[in-house]
Design a protein. Structure first.
Lengths: 464, 464
């Protein structure tokens, strides 16, 4: 971690802030990447944050603000006077500005909006139409646009004007007079062709694009699948509205992976965007308490099943030796199947209508896993246990016991595996989130079914 | 999923293959993205694959082969005659070629190597030096290189020669006569400056780069943190060896997320790169069986603890009602803490030496979570349970029972939370994989400690 290295510029900036040495701070801050400044800002206290932003001023702070966790943005803008704030808001790229408008309070939104220039006001209003997690909500409108009737020279003139604004010039899009997307050229094609070449002759067709109202995850998947630098975003009339860039795709993918992992781990609520250590205990508590309490009370159901089978357990208390094993194996096997399917869903590998193929694959996998466990545990009980458990079991032989436990664990693993695979698919089919539904409900169902299967099988085979 | 749509070009190609209609196949295949052809190839049987590759020929097949899952690559190259194979291997980009050499059998590696041209032989040999998962193993050497003493015009002439080979021209690197990295320019700076401008005047310093021997994950994190399109890879003398591009970062991040998720879900072995449905039952079985069997046998330890406390349980069988709850809550709370810490480690949020701060944060979070559960369950036992469980418990009051269960669950959740957070950090500190160590060992330890805490607390408080 950069923060740990004493000789590094971020540590020097930190020391300059503590020493209230504005000129040293400014000199260093100009050489540092804004992402590192944003990381530093997060670790500072209020007074230090104020000193940092007052010293570097609104121009340098623009990119830093855009990089901050959403929950810190509104406060961070409070360090500036209205005139500075007007400059900073105008200096933001349009997608960052919209993001900020989407996350600040209603009161701040109105106040910030009044500071915008006329063009930015209109643009911001039109971008705020799109939900935060759609392609339209994520796109930037700052993209190179030319028309097919231009020459290379005319195109370069237009683009030169926009060069510092455009998020990327790796792909330049060709639109018709109505602004509809008709093609694309690469900057290298402009740079390496003679100035009188018509754009018409060097433009390519656009095969990949996305509707502004579609999910940002779908946009990220397209960028990733086709290795695109930029993906054009269009409306239903095929007007070019903006682009989503490769770095958005990276961010979206990472957010989604974190989200799925957290949901699988039984963690609820929104991601904080703050680093782990900067997240308060109260927030950590809030994100975990609900599922924990809910799951705890649900597991009284398993307790009730165990309690009901009290007579079986008391007649053959040796059964307690393998109770945790059978129950836990179901949870583990179901969790494995759910993880595979949830990840496959997230990567877009599983098409609608393949539920039966998945169930069949998991049924076979689960059966072999269950049999492996069953045979192993049967061998253990009939061959090894007798040496360690001298008092012969109550009213049955070790062989009978091994049969009962083996049958129970095979059934439990088979059923949990199929259930673990089908729960996420069912959730997706009824438009629920696969990860959030599967992990906790799976654990609860499989614990109860494990108790039932174990005691039911044992009672039947051992005639208890 | 595209495959489901009857009117789409991939379905048409599939039909052309089934109908053995080579000309229809070829006409369609040229319009389709290679990533889609690779997806289709995966779903075909051997004969269909052969027809597809024989029809489209080595040129079109080059990109498709590079996109295939590693396990299919060697077979896929078997469709071509030596002369075609020589063309295809030469046509691959150098990083894809090295990837292929890294994954095929020893026999194939020797045979393929003999088909390479002299320059490709040398390049491949020098790239094969780097481990597959290092920056050097992932980079491409196809990058725009110029020197500082050139003019814009000279630079453009050099780059025009390389234009189709270079992976990206978004960033062009400036090297000295020894090939050491001294700066960078953007293509737009070349395109928009006059032809006689010296490169010296428009070049920027390079702040971000990576050593070839560093982990590819670190490269991906740099690309993501600083929103880079390309990251230069250098040797210890700062010679420019190649670049890693944004699409590599996306792929690396996705592989790592999948890996972490699978490990957390108790799935072992290498990712197959095949889609879920194309992975055989045997492979699914192999990746899950080891952990499942291992965890099952470890959980006999919990069974043994339960068996040992047989007299306590028999004296107060009502305890069985809350046994699964106490044990499972520990597993859930520990899993939540481990998930948070493992993800924070993966995103590079946690620095070395912060173990104590993490433990302190989790201790407080765990205490509050444990108390929440303890108070809830105590209220349930003392206020609600008496109405549903008419026979008064054996030798103690509902109030005493509620106190015992509440203490046990608070202790269990607190200890499991701290343990869940510390296990991944400890694993990282001793250079083990946090995800692979934490989930399974956590489950085993927490189950046993839960049994011990539950019966120990109950025996002490209820004087059993």
């Amino acid at each position: 971690m950069p923060e740990e290295d004493e000789a590094n510029p971020i540590s020097e900036i930190r020391r300059a802030i503590i020493a209230q040495d504005g000129s040293a701070l400014l000199a260093k801050a100009e050489d540092v990447h804004y992402a590192d400044l944003a990381g530093l800002y997060e670790d500072l206290d209020d007074e230090e944050r104020d000193f940092l932003f007052k010293t570097i001023g609104p121009e340098l702070a623009t990119d830093v603000v855009a990089e901050l966790p959403y929950s810190l943005i509104e406060d961070s803008l409070g360090h500036f006077k209205p005139a500075q704030l007007r400059f900073l808001l105008g200096n933001l790229s349009d997608d960052d500005r919209v993001d900020i408008f989407q996350v600040v309070s209603e009161e701040a939104r109105v106040r910030f909006f009044s500071l915008l220039g006329t063009r930015d006001k209109e643009l911001t209003k039109s971008l705020l139409k799109y939900e935060e997690d759609t392609a339209g909500g994520r796109m930037t409108t700052q993209v190179g646009r030319i028309t097919a009737d231009m020459t290379v020279k005319q195109a370069l003139t237009i683009l030169r004007r926009d060069r510092e604004d455009a998020e990327t010039l790796a792909r330049i899009f060709v639109v018709d007079v109505q602004g509809r997307l008709v093609g694309k050229v690469r900057l290298r094609d402009l740079a390496f062709n003679t100035w009188d070449t018509p754009i018409q002759d060097i433009m390519d067709t656009v095969d990949e694009f996305i509707l502004a109202t579609e999910d940002q995850e779908d946009a990220a998947r397209l960028l990733s699948r086709y290795d695109l630098v930029v993906l054009p975003v269009v409306d239903e009339f095929h007007h070019l509205l903006g682009v989503i860039t490769y770095d958005d795709a990276l961010e979206i993918m990472q957010e989604e992976s974190t989200e799925d992992m957290e949901k699988l781990g039984g963690i609820g609520g929104e991601q904080t965007e703050l680093t782990y250590l900067n997240t308060s205990v109260a927030t950590h508590y809030r994100r975990r308490a609900a599922w924990l309490v809910c799951l705890a009370f649900v597991s009284i159901a398993s307790g009730y099943v165990m309690f009901s089978f009290g007579d079986v357990l008391q007649k053959a208390f040796v059964l307690s030796l393998f109770l945790p094993m059978v129950v836990a194996s179901g949870g583990n096997a179901g969790g494995q199947a759910a993880t595979m399917v949830i990840r496959a869903l997230a990567l877009g590998e599983i098409a609608a209508g393949t539920a039966l193929r998945i169930a069949w694959k998991e049924a076979r996998t689960g059966l072999f896993l269950g049999l492996t466990l069953g045979v192993s545990i049967a061998a253990f009980i009939s061959l090894i246990l007798p040496h360690f458990h001298p008092p012969a079991p109550d009213s049955f032989s070790f062989l009978q016991l091994s049969l009962a436990v083996a049958c129970a664990i095979t059934l439990q693993v088979l059923s949990a595996t199929v259930l673990g695979a089908l729960l996420p698919i069912t959730a997706r089919a009824i438009k629920l989130d696969p990860a959030v539904v599967s992990a906790p409900s799976l654990a609860s169902i499989v614990d109860v079914s494990g108790m039932l299967i174990y005691f039911g099988t044992a009672a039947a085979i051992l005639r208890l």
